[in-house]
Each structure stands twice: as C-alpha cells, then as structure tokens.
Design a protein around this ligand. Structure first.
Ligand code: 1D1
Length: 308
C-alpha cells in the first residue's frame, strides 16, 4: 500500500469565523510515531504556537461504514471533555477532504509496554507510584460516568517526565445514568473482565478495576496473568479465574493480596478505587511520601536499573 508519506509536510486547517472570514492554521508534519488502529500517527508542530503534539491521522476512506465514524466521534466527544494530569491531554481536532486529525499530548517516553519490555519487571515501589497515578485518573473518569474499557500497558503513555497518562478512549463509554449496564463485548484479550466475556448481566465500572489488577500483576511479574498462545484458552482461563504467582518472582504478601482481591470473577466483590488506594500495598513502610499528589512524582527506578 502506498504510504501517504508523499503528502505535504504542511497540513492546513481551514477555519471559517462567525463573520464568514476564512483563516488558515498550519501544522508541520514531523516524524512518524507509528500506527494506531486505522490511524498513522505523526509528531505535529503548530506553525502559529510552535506547540508539539502527537497527531492521529484517520483517513476518511476508513470511516465509510457509519459504525466506524460513530466510534470515532464518540472517542473525540469523550476524550475532549476530560481534563486530568494523568489522562492524555486532548489538544484539538479538525478535518480536511481526506482525513480527520486528532492532536493529542505528546508523550515522548511512549507507553508502559516499551518500558516493561526493557525492564522485564518493575520494583514494587515503582508499581505503587504508577498505580496511584492511574487510580487518581480512574477516580476522575468514573466520577464523570466514563468507563475506559481498554486499560492496558499499551494505553498507559509516559511523558518526558515519566508521568503516566491514560490514553486511547476508542473503547470508552459514558453512562447516561447510575446503575446503567453496558453489553457490547470489547477490550483486549489479556485484560478483558470475565463479565464482559460472559455477556449475560452487562458490565460497568468494575471492568476497569479488573484491568487494573491485570496491569498490577503484569508490571510486578513481567507478563499478564492469563496470557496463553491462543486467545480462546486465555478467555477460558479468565472465566475460570485460573492464574497463579510464579515461584521465581519474589512478591510481597501485600502485593499478592491486592491482586488476589481485585482479580475476582464476581464484579460486585471487587474493591472500590478508594479501597484499593487504602490497601496495605500502598501504605507499607517504603511508600512514596503521601504529602505530594502522586502525579508530581517521577517514579523512582530501582537503583540497580540506574547502575545498568
Ligand atoms: C497519537 C497516538 C498515540 C497516543 O494516543 N498518544 C497520546 C501518543 C502520544 N505520544 C506518542 C509518542 C511520542 C513520541 C513517541 N510516541 N505516541 C502516542 N501515540 C502512539 C503513536 C503510535 C501508536 C500510539
């Protein structure tokens, strides 16, 4: 397929003002950042403000089916309404004849996927620090009746200061009323909650709590709890709640206790976000000082890592 890299390095946004005047905003398209779904992503620089953003360029040709178009509009509607230090900033969006452009906060240290690939596994102190930032973002999200539904390492972006930012609201949904249950099956195999697979009684905020447990296990152990080479087997393990802590990984009792309390099949039995925040895992001796809000702290890498 001919990549659209031949396209001009300057992208123009046409703005029609209320008095009918037409203005042009120009962006310079920089380095290719990678692919995200249908989108090809690039570093953009606003010619006017010199601000750097990560741009998702979605070809309109990929939006012909109304469902794909509706999904993108929902993603934009939800994401642009969110403002929190641990949620990827939504800068701007516009369209031209060929594409829809979504400009997002640039996270130069990519995602937790890349970090874990390099590190194999994180120290408990680092996991405490990152998870507290994610939990504060989830309290904000759920407080605005938004369920992310696709929390995973690949959607945890890292800023230049190594702060964690939840991104990709492509599977997010906003509840219209408390108690509303969603039924659409969605998510990423390793992180999908059992009630989503079961599909009978619908699902709600608890699916994000389940994914948080999968993320905590993955960061501490180095691989997801239910991962197998075949998706069907992974789904069976999730439904059977079949996971264990490997003998060769030294884990504190409090970390195993927290994960065990979160990864329960019955969503009504899972702890709330504030119960998780109050759990011993975050409040043992070696914890980061609670005085500072977690997001102002770069998570301390293990001393050994610094020596490498
Ligand atoms: C723009 C899409 C997505 C994303 O959502 N954000 C926020 C992001 C931020 N910085 C970056 C980034 C900065 C430097 C490298 N990547 N990347 C982001 N991505 C990546 C691009 C390719 C796949 C997912």
């Amino acid at each position: 397929m001919s990549h659209n890299d031949e396209q001009p390095a300057i992208i123009e946004e046409k703005i029609v003002r209320v008095n009918g005047e037409v203005a042009i905003r120009q962006y310079s398209k920089g380095r290719f950042l990678g692919k995200g779904g249908f989108a090809r992503c690039y570093e953009f620089t606003s010619m006017e403000t010199r601000k750097l953003t990560a741009a998702k360029i979605v070809p309109k040709a990929s939006l012909t089916k109304s469902r794909a178009k509706q999904k993108l509009m929902t993603e934009i509607k939800i994401h642009r309404s969110l403002h929190h230090p641990s949620i990827v900033g939504f800068e701007h969006f516009f369209e031209d004849a060929e594409n829809v452009y979504i400009l997002l906060e640039l996270c130069t240290n990519q995602t937790m996927n890349e970090l874990l690939r390099r590190r194999k596994r994180l120290t408990e102190l680092e996991v405490q620090c990152y998870l507290l930032q994610v939990i504060s973002a989830l309290i904000y999200l759920h407080g605005h009746r938004v369920i992310h539904r696709d929390l995973k390492l690949g959607n945890f972006f890292l800023s230049d200061k190594m702060e964690i930012k939840i991104g990709d609201f492509g599977l997010a949904t906003k509840l219209e009323f408390d108690g509303e249950k969603k039924r659409t099956i969605c998510g990423t195999p390793n992180y999908i909650a059992p009630e989503v697979l079961d599909g009978k009684q619908g699902h709600s905020y608890e699916v994000d709590i389940w994914s948080l447990g999968v993320v905590a296990y993955t960061l501490l152990v180095g691989k997801p709890p239910f991962e197998t080479s075949d998706v069907k087997t992974t789904y069976r393990r999730i439904r059977m709640n079949a996971y264990s802590f490997p003998e060769n990984v030294p884990l504190s009792e409090s970390s195993k206790n927290l994960i065990t309390r979160i990864l329960v099949t019955d969503p009504t039995k899972r702890p709330t976000l504030s119960e998780i925040q109050a759990h011993e895992f975050f409040n043992q001796g070696n914890t980061i000082p609670k005085t500072l809000p977690p997001s102002t702290l770069a998570c301390p890498p293990a001393a050994s890592y610094l020596r490498q």
